[in-house]
Design a protein around this ligand. Sequence first.
Ligand SMILES: [Ca+2]
Length: 233
Amino acid sequence: MGNNLSLAFLCLLAGAFGSVMSRANLIRNGDFEDPEVPALSDESYGFLTYYGGESFPGWTVGGNSVDIVHESFWRAASGSQSVDLTGFGAGSISQTIATIPGENYLLRFALTGSPNWVGSRVPPLIVTMEFFWKESVVDVLTVDTAGLTVTSMGWSYCDYPLTAITDQTVLTFTSLTDLSTPDYRNRGAVLDDVALVAVPEAFSYWNWTGAWVVIAASFLKRRSPEAGNLHSS
Ligand SMILES: [Ca+2]
């Protein structure tokens, strides 16, 4: 129940902050549409793997590797492509963002887990990722991939209010799923549609107040949230 309440918290914030997301997205290539991955065919796997130390537009890859996956392999949350944070082993992606110390921001991203695609050779599993804002862990998120398919990916959107303390902030998403058997290492948390926007001060005051009233009311009523598969730590 505690996990579901956390999910309710995230989803309510998404509603409260909806109008802010029309502001300029400070993340470069947050939709992972660049580079363009060839569709699944006899000549293409339908994904491109980037290894630790490599980079693609906007992002630096760490750990083992990540995959940029075309929609012909599995459906993205937005556009045609998404990122599996476990390529051939647990990987990470990082981006350095120009921020204003003391300013408030809202981070939003879509999250799910690698489904049990043909050839993955591993049963449905729980996949986990954590993300960092300025080298501090903000949250650890798990996704139960049971029931997910390449056409029904179970995407959930998550919102986090964050404050910058320096003029350069590193945002990092790290896979914590790296199974010990080599053949089974290829499934992890899947990410798409990452956006970071500055939150105006007036908005922060009035809408935070409103958001907390809604959250408190929800908890008091013990309303069942839309379940989904996403759990926050
Ligand atoms: Ca995308």
